[in-house]
Design a protein around this ligand. Sequence first.
Ligand SMILES: *Cc1c(COP(=O)(O)O)cnc(C)c1O
Length: 359
Amino acid sequence: MNYPRLDIDCEKIYHNAEFLINQLSLKNISVTPVTKAFLGHPIIAQVLVDAGATMLADSRIENLQKITESGISIPKMLIRTPMLSELATVIKYSDMSLNSEVEVIQRLSHVAEQQNCRHDIIVMVELGDLREGVMPNRVIDFIREIISLPNITLKGIGANLACRYGVSPDNQNMKVLSDLADGIEAIFGISLEIISGGNSASVNWALKTGLTRVNNLRIGEAIFLGCEPLEHKNIKGLYTDAISLTAEVIESKIKPTLPWGNRGLNAFGEKESVPDRGSVSQAILALGRQDICVSGLKVPDGIKITSSTSDHLVIESSQKPLLIGEAVTFSLDYSALLSSMSSRYIYKYFKAPKGRRRE
Ligand SMILES: *Cc1c(COP(=O)(O)O)cnc(C)c1O
């Protein structure tokens, strides 16, 4: 076995995706799985397609390119508003993008004309989390400026909450989105196909609410980790242990808790005060800040993370001392998943990559 290692159980991810797709379809909401946490990995993309996804989304066009080149041909949505410097690849490798700037859509139109194809647009509306989106009172004017651009189709509107400030989706802000959809349709005499209400933070709202105009969610975290981001609560019916990270012990000793010698800042410019807790059973795992967002690791019982440096994770064990070569397994939150997938030093092991075929 190679360590550190991320274990990814594709059967559980398949189950989570299928469960959310089915449950939310009862509310007339389609699920567009978001592959960014897996860097658009083709194995995961295929599992999601097998589970019933009819469109995939990612924030990076490189990831959508990877998925396209692996032979997956369902429509793809770019969920970060495009950079002007990447428009040619955006047109080439995505069918639809989330947008919040007129200038970007004008240029997308121009590039789509050059490439002789069409590109679909979802206009993002700001609903209070203050990340991307057009202010609600500016949306009608915004759409007036882009509605008749050549080679561009306005597919719908959308919103993103809970990312910057943790603003929760609720009936009130979702009604703002729904009313805007009605208004746009009335004013421009069109019908909007997609009202994309949010991300994993919207799952619980969506499962509880009655039918609204929101008919799409873009979901990553809930599929992969089985929990919702606002309160870190598990979502009923989903596996929360589809992904785990295992690292190996490279030193294990009884050591004092109090450092000695004159102290300055540590390697990361920090200086913490250290209480003297006597001697402890201390172990070092071969895993560090260069690999992972350490604060996102959830430890097994009897183990505590005390420090981390670039390449070392220092832990204490309250039970018997760990052995050299012993493996310690953690579960991960979203930031730990993102960082560990991006580390080339962490081995990725996909269990049951085929998933079950959807009947
Ligand atoms: C990342 C992202 C998502 C998915 O978020 P999860 O919390 O993983 O469900 C949805 N929409 C946008 C715009 C995103 O950037």
